[in-house]
Design a protein around this ligand. Structure first.
Ligand code: FAD
Ligand code: UQ1
Length: 414
């Protein structure tokens, strides 16, 4: 068994970026990262893989190559958290003692929770999902195979990562079908469990307008509960009137599955809230019960939109506060809830939503990002992937706040 100064659980976006920072102030054997996967995926690219714009191989790198060299990587997963004893037990039966813990497990996708869904995803049946490396390549196949009928897009009745992604692929599909001349033979339908199209009014207004103009049907409070791949039917429940079920035929069905934090967290009520998210102070990201425990990214209770952009803004806060606590000084760095969602609305355009805890727009650029822009599409496609691999995963990207301050200072002085 092992012991270390800092244990990081999860080597995804938030865990890897923060571990890179920690690796510069610790010795190699003081920092352990538990991460079961061989591959690290840049999941924001999955939307473009689904649209046939990028390839899956561009979205992944070997975990070995992205985790900091100056840290010990245990290829294993956390099975049990014992925060009272400062230890974590792994799947393979190791016990790891730590002085400080960073939890960064992200959200898991629960495809098995919808009857018929995994069967539908197991072949070329028109069912697809950008939310997993295993299924994302089915999306472009479904687009190419589409001839006529319903193209349906879903949003589950759980918190999700990247709340914009379930509808981005809907707009990409609409645009694709127009380009190949099949749009008039299709009904494009977005069925979401949410009561709104998007949580920030400015961007919601723009998206409603796009849906109206492109004849995309939006049904709110409508939740996918079953897939029948043999008859190509999807069953939806009206969440405001649970007895009301609707069965729709589909030619293409893009599913955003229900999501949850891993069982190890669900089983540790000392660390988590009722929904299984790590209960932290929303400003300092420190556990509300254990001063030596922090969380970053999708698995934490902070009420921001769960995105890589949010994890970027959080990683500097978590790092600073862990550094303070290690020096026996108070955690004073604060996270403002910044999140960003590049709402790709076609093959050459994007609304770049950026906002904070108050759901107030907090835009980086000195022009209106609430409009569809080619420049923001190019940023998402060309600029963000290298920024992620070279800056963020090495601990050198803390979100765009510095760029925003610089641009706004410059323009306000004119
Ligand atoms: P992840 O990056 O998911 O990492 C979690 C890691 O923990 C994984 O490596 C996993 O193997 C590991 N793990 C899980 N359980 C355990 C365990 N028990 N023990 C040890 N390790 C464990 N964000 C944006 O900012 N912009 C976008 O445009 C965007 N688009 C997206 C589109 C799609 C289709 C998807 C799926 C996501 C998108 N996101 C986007 C969201 C973004 O990918 C996530 O918010 C981000 O990756 C969260 O980082 P994380 O570290 O919390 O979790
Ligand atoms: C961002 O910082 C980030 O994290 C790496 C993303 O995740 C992929 C994003 O999609 C975006 C848009 C940002 C914000 C960056 C800028 C330059 C506005």
């Amino acid at each position: 068994s092992y012991s270390c100064k800092v244990l990081v659980v999860g080597g995804g976006t938030g865990g890897c970026a923060t571990a890179a920072k920690l690796s510069r102030i610790l010795k190699k054997n003081e920092l352990i990262i538990i991460e079961p996967s061989d591959k690290h995926y840049y999941q924001p690219l999955f939307t473009l893989v689904g649209g046939g714009i990028s390839t899956l191989s561009e979205a992944g790198k070997s975990m070995r190559d992205v985790l900091p060299a100056n840290a010990v990587w245990l290829k294993d997963s956390a099975a049990e958290f014992n925060p009272g004893e400062n230890s974590v037990t792994t799947q393979r039966g190791h016990s790891i003692k730590y002085e400080y813990l960073l939890i960064a497990t992200g959200l898991q996708t629960d495809y098995d929770k919808i009857p018929g869904l995994e069967a539908g995803l197991s072949g070329d049946t028109g069912v697809c999902s950008n939310y997993s490396a295993k299924y994302v390549e089915l999306t472009y196949k479904a687009l190419k195979n589409f001839e006529s009928g319903n193209a349906i897009f879903t949003y589950p009745n759980t918190p999700v990562k990247c709340p914009g992604a379930p509808q981005k692929i809907c707009y990409i599909t609409d645009h694709y079908l127009r380009k190949v001349g099949k749009r008039d033979k299709a009904a494009v339908i977005y069925n979401t469990s949410l009561p709104v199209i998007f949580g920030v009014k400015k961007y919601a207004d723009a998206l409603w307008e796009i849906c109206a103009e492109r004849q995309i049907q939006v049904n709110l409070r409508t939740n996918l509960v079953e897939v029948r791949p043999d008859s190509r039917e999807a069953v939806f429940q009206n969440l405001d009137n649970p007895d009301k079920m609707t069965t729709l035929k589909y030619s293409m069905l893009h599913v955003t599955p229900p999501m949850s934090t891993p069982a190890a967290l669900q089983n540790c009520s000392e660390l988590t809230n009722e929904a299984g998210f790590v209960d932290v102070n929303k400003l300092t990201l420190q556990s509300v019960r254990f001063a030596n425990v922090f969380a970053i990214g999708d698995c934490s209770s902070t009420p921001n939109s769960k995105t890589a952009a949010a994890a970027a803004a959080q990683c500097q806060v978590v790092f600073k506060n862990m550094e303070s606590v290690m020096k026996n000084t108070p955690a004073t760095a604060n996270y403002d809830g910044y999140a960003s969602c590049p709402l790709v609305t076609g093959y050459d355009r994007c609304i770049l939503a950026e906002f904070d805890y108050n759901l107030t727009p907090l835009e980086t650029f000195p022009f209106n990002q609430g409009k569809e822009l080619k420049s923001m599409y190019l940023m998402k496609k060309m600029l963000m992937p290298p920024l992620y691999w070279t800056l963020m995963l090495n601990g050198f990207w803390n979100g765009p706040a510095a760029v925003r301050n610089l641009l706004h200072l410059k323009f306000s002085q004119k």
